[in-house]
Ligand binder design. Structure first.
Ligand code: FES
Length: 82
């Protein structure tokens, strides 16, 4: 039986950023993939823009192009396609 930790594992929430989790951690992806990190603190991506998802690679700091997110903001081409 696993030993109970002396205190609960700490998870820190960053506004518009990652979840900082005390490691080591094992993350199970929604596709069943398993990701392991033995770092002291692990940054878990919450924006899904990371190229190293589920780990944060600081991509959340980049500005987003709102026009790319909203089809109604796009200029239609000559055939009326947005
Ligand atoms: S939260 Fe940092 S890249 Fe997604």
């Amino acid at each position: 039986m696993p030993k109970t930790p002396e205190r609960p594992r700490r998870v820190r929430m960053e506004r518009n950023g990652p979840l900082l989790v005390e490691g080591p951690v094992e993350v199970i992806g929604d596709d069943g993939s398993v990701h392991v990190s033995r770092r002291f603190t692990v940054a878990l991506c919450t924006c899904r823009r990371s190229r190293t998802y589920p780990w944060c690679d600081t991509s959340h700091r980049r500005r987003r192009n709102p026009a790319a997110d909203s089809p109604s903001d796009r200029t239609p081409d000559t055939e009326g396609n947005a």
